[in-house]
Design a protein around this ligand. Structure first.
Ligand code: GLU
Length: 304
């Protein structure tokens, strides 16, 4: 994989990367809008990338449905979309680069075995390193894991401040190619953000603690680390993230103006009352001109 080509500071390239596991809900609209407004406020390029990599979780028709809904909200990708399901060879190439450095190793452990022996970390079981020095005789490779280490990986998030994580003790060696042969999100997102020359990643704070894993992979692959801004996520009355699992209602194009203003309000942008009589384009223009993300500083979630 080539190093990312040099881009002058003035270039801003952002993206919204939905997974088509269901229709767009309010939480994903907020992430789409926040990333769009930040890009446009900086005269940047804004892209949509379809993260349809985890095929067993993808719902037929959901990708097109998400795209149609984004169109209703005036959120158009500035460049043609890429679909992760069509980028396997790029992920394969990245895996080869990692293999050539012995940065990854094959792992035979089942979920059950890991759950039985692992400590529980902030993001699930911490892999105890069982296969680090080779697969036990008679066992077969299931997945590929990247070896982690313990010097803290740090980055300064625009909203969440300095984040520091010790990957080995807090997360453990993580999977880059799964037992079912599919590439893992952590690898694919890093490869695609670099491929698309993304300079600014604006997304939900549920991914804040994935970022050090992505920085680890960027370093191993010789890729530049983008700037990160993690927005507060929308949670329900029980404090759960709005998602398909928590039965968040789908956003429809009906009354898009009210929904768009609600998303701006969620992002603490205080849209003036007279926008209620405006068009979608006018609301986006107002949001772009008046974008003040600092109002979201240190917030990881808001109830809706
Ligand atoms: N596809 C991921 C999701 O829907 C988002 C990935 C990202 O923004 O990095 O949760």
């Amino acid at each position: 994989m080539k190093k990312r080509r040099f881009l002058p500071d003035a270039v801003y390239r952002g993206r919204f990367a939905p997974s088509p596991t269901g229709p767009l809900h309010f939480g994903s609209l907020v992430a789409a809008l926040g990333s769009y407004l930040d890009a446009k406020h900086h005269n940047g390029i804004w892209l949509v990338r379809m993260e349809d990599l985890d095929t067993p979780r993808c719902v037929p028709g959901a990708a097109d449905d998400i795209l149609r809904t984004l169109e209703v909200f005036g959120l158009h990708s500035d460049e043609p979309l890429i679909y992760q399901s069509r980028r396997t060879s790029a992920y394969e190439e990245a895996l080869h680069i990692l293999q050539a450095q012995s940065a990854v190793y094959p792992c035979c452990c089942t979920r059950r075995e890991i759950a039985d022996s692992a400590l529980h970390g902030i993001e699930g079981p911490i892999y105890p390193g069982t296969c680090r020095n080779g697969i036990p005789a008679g066992r077969e490779r299931r997945a590929w894991r990247v070896a982690t280490n313990n010097p803290a990986i740090e980055f300064d998030d625009i909203l969440q401040g300095r984040i520091s994580q010790r990957l080995e003790s807090e997360i453990g060696d993580f999977v880059v190619k799964r037992a079912d042969g599919l590439f893992a999100y952590q690898l694919a997102v890093v490869v695609d953000d670099a491929f698309q020359n993304i300079t600014h990643i604006v997304r939900g704070a549920d991914l804040l603690y994935s970022t050090p894993r992505q920085i680890h992979l960027q370093r191993l692959l010789g890729l530049t680390t983008p700037t990160y801004m993690h927005l507060p996520i929308a949670v329900n009355a029980q404090g759960e993230k709005l998602s398909k699992q928590t039965l968040a209602p789908a956003i429809t194009g009906d009354d898009a103006l009210t929904t768009l203003i609600a998303a701006l309000t969620f992002l603490r942008q205080q849209p003036p009352g007279d926008l209620r009589g405006a068009t979608i384009e006018q609301v986006l223009q107002w949001g772009t001109a008046n974008w003040q993300p600092e109002r979201l500083k240190n917030f990881r979630q808001f109830p809706v």
